[in-house]
Design a protein around this ligand. Structure first.
Ligand code: GLA
Ligand code: ZN
Length: 677
């Protein structure tokens, strides 16, 4: 199935803001000539255009958009028309200041910037519904309309009295009675017994569950707002809807947002610094895999930068091969289209230096334009790959609520709670990277997903166990699955209350893993610790350095595969496995070096019968596979600055570079190929 019905091709295009160029119609003529030349077929339009549609309250002008939509039809461009909620007109914010957001400190924010309206203001909703309905009525039947781009990068929270009242309603609904809330909030702590609902303060840093509930509520509020926008469209249009997510942005539980999107769209802005190529590739591969996993089918990379985003620490001109490799990384991991922010660079304001397909020279002679056009032409060559699927047998878990719970918990040293390398995201990522290194298809799931059908499930630092998850993990193992869990997992339940009866997870997981995690040793860099394997070496080594975090474990039936090498707990378990039913459950008690994880997962994947999509790849070359109608397509990417030679198991044609069938593939520095058997 293709992303858009009746459009069996990859989407290619970007954000198009012609309303910045209405004074120079010749530039708009030129845009369409250049769009054809760059083989762009899809554009997001009108994201920030409310004040152009409604320059004065109640006075509407869609003539410019009529013209643009008509041009799109003539030039066979598909359009994602936006609901314009991300940028309110000045008149609206000034006449109705209650549409402005209130900060956590209770201060009403000024108008300006964007994406900063109150989620519940009735006047905001009335005005917004009006403009959305007008757009939907006018363009629903337009042949260029492909779908609706709902708002833009939803983010942030509002603390106005109305939003706070909704928070109280959320609490009432969730807990039913104040007595229940007091119990689950553990409110005898620091004398926090609540006697009225509105005493719960989401900014009270003493109350972990208050903070967590506000984060849950915030996602609910955004969902409600998004539903409101969609409903305003639905009287007129049943075209697909989506909103552009921001990868692992911590503020919103994107799995919930995904539920009301018809397809997933994401904004991706990697930078490729020397020495960090693999790290960056793995990180974005993980994000792409998550977006594919959310619906189990292709997604859209809605925004990316054809040049360089202006806000990065170093703004290097893209090196040869780099742009194409970034786009193909998304396709390899399940995107059915790659689009840019933005089509043409504006002349003014805070994004005037941000990369775009057409620059301030206005020509097609730039490196960026030529690369985009070349990529567009090659995309047409691999058109048959669009709609193909990925079939992973291994999955890794990342839960937003678990991240919130951990980050709201005071403890575990400075590294556990920061949104850094070392945080939950960072740990999940280091395990993902170790798996990805082996070029196997991967799913990135949340703990509510169905695990059946997977052979290997990895749950790194799954701090919170939501209701039913432990039971489902047990079933997964009993039915023959291989489960890996790590340090800092299963400490709390969905109320951020610690499990009673010992970690991990009280009785249920202690039995599953056959261990008891008595405590965690979080040490300074001067303290050194190692993990010493009890049996055969892994990757040629029997002892690995471990960093910062080591759990003090006791085996309670588990087989000990590795022990600590130093400190008073030398010789105690660091790595264990427990057999249960037809499967087994591994526990990694320490924050290990990447070489351990790579070797460990290499062995485990083999034992689970999960093979790399192509055998014997050089270490700097990664491959991914997509499948359709009995054909397999291999995306092969060189992540190094040297030419790489890949021996293929059978002759394949390189669709991307238009090369005949061969058993040998030569990839130039940063080169990519799309092979078909
Ligand atoms: C986000 C926004 C765009 C633009 C880009 C710049 O993705 O959605 O409007 O600001 O960032 O990178
Ligand atoms: Zn509000």
């Amino acid at each position: 199935m293709n992303l858009l019905e009746n459009f069996p091709a990859f989407l290619h295009g970007g954000d198009y803001n012609p309303d910045q160029w209405l004074r120079t119609p010749e530039i708009i003529d030129e845009d369409f000539r250049l769009m054809d030349k760059a083989r762009c077929n899809t554009f997001s339009i009108g994201i920030f255009s409310w004040s152009q549609y409604e320059p004065e309250e109640g006075k509407f002008d869609f003539s410019w958009l009529d013209d643009i939509m008509e041009r799109c039809r003539i030039h066979e461009k598909k359009v994602f028309l936006a609901t314009p909620s991300a940028a309110r007109p000045a008149w609206l914010a000034h006449k109705y200041p209650e549409t402005n957001r209130v900060s956590a400190e209770g201060v009403r924010q000024p108008w300006g910037i964007r994406e900063n309206h109150c989620w519940s203001s009735p006047v905001m909703r009335t005005k917004l519904a009006l403009i959305i309905r007008k757009l939907a009525e006018r363009y629903a039947a337009h042949p260029a309309l492909a779908g609706w781009h709902i708002s833009n990068e939803y983010n942030g929270a509002c603390h106005c009295p109305l939003c706070r009242k909704e928070f109280v309603d959320f609490l009432k609904q969730r807990y039913g009675s104040l007595e229940r809330l007091n119990e689950l909030y553990w409110s005898a702590f620091w004398g926090h017994r609540y006697t009225a609902w509105d005493q719960v303060d989401p900014n009270d840093r003493a109350m972990d569950l208050a903070m967590l509930d506000f984060q849950r509520f915030n996602t609910q509020q955004v969902l409600d707002f998004m539903r409101f926008e969609i409903e305003a469209l639905r009287d007129y249009s049943d075209a697909p809807v989506t909103t552009n997510m921001m990868g692992l942005y911590e503020g919103l539980d994107y799995w919930r947002i995904a539920e009301i999107c018809d397809f997933i769209a994401d904004d991706c802005y990697p930078v490729w610094y020397k020495g960090e190529t693999e790290q960056t590739a793995a990180q974005y591969a993980m994000i792409h895999d998550m977006h594919y996993s959310m619906k189990g089918r292709p997604f859209l990379m809605m925004e990316s930068c054809p040049g360089i985003p202006n806000y990065k620490p170093y703004c290097k001109i893209r090196r040869p091969g780099e742009f194409e490799r970034e786009m193909l990384l998304a396709l390899a991991h399940g995107a059915d289209g790659t689009m840019y922010f933005q089509w043409r660079k504006g002349r003014g304001n805070c994004e005037k230096i941000h990369g775009a397909v057409v620059g301030h020279d206005g020509t097609d002679r730039t490196l960026v334009f030529q690369r985009v056009a070349d990529y567009g032409a090659k995309l047409e060559r691999i058109r048959e790959v669009a709609g193909s699927l990925i079939r992973p047998e291994a999955a890794i878990l990342y839960d937003w609520e678990s991240a919130w719970a951990l980050h709201n918990t005071k403890g575990f040293g400075e590294h556990a709670g920061n949104v850094t390398e070392q945080s939950l995201c960072g740990t999940v990522f280091s395990h993902y990277r170790a798996l990805w290194t082996h070029s196997v298809p991967l799913s990135v799931l949340e703990s509510a997903c169905d695990f059946s059908g997977y052979k290997l499930l990895v749950a790194p630092m799954l701090f919170m166990m939501k209701p039913g998850v432990m039971e489902r993990l047990v079933r997964f193992v009993e039915e023959g699955g291989t489960l890996v869990m790590t340090y800092l997992s299963a400490y709390v339940d969905e109320n951020n209350l610690c499990f009673y009866g010992g970690n991990p997870g009280g009785k249920i997981l202690r039995e599953l893993f056959g261990i008891w995690n008595e405590d965690i040793d979080l040490f300074e860099p001067e303290t050194k610790q190692t993990l010493r394997l009890s049996g055969a070496p892994l990757g040629g080594k029997t002892e690995f350095e471990v960093l910062r975090r080591c759990e003090y474990l006791h085996a309670e039936g588990a087989q000990v595969l590795g022990v600590y090498g130093r400190e008073f707990y030398a010789g105690s378990p660091a790595l264990t496995v427990n057999f249960r039913g037809k499967g087994r459950a591994y526990y990694i008690g320490a924050d290990t070096e990447p070489d351990f994880l790579e070797a460990f997962y290499g062995k485990l994947l083999g034992e689970c019968g999960i093979a790399p999509v192509l055998p014997d790849l050089p270490p700097a070359v990664k491959a991914a596979r997509r499948e359709k109608d009995g054909s397999a397509y291999y995306f092969v990417q060189n992540l190094s600055d040297e030419t790489q030679c890949v021996r293929l198991p059978f002759a394949m044609t390189d669709l991307w570079n238009d090369a005949p069938a061969s058993r040998e593939l030569l990839l130039p520095p940063a080169g990519s190929a799309v092979l078909k058997a």
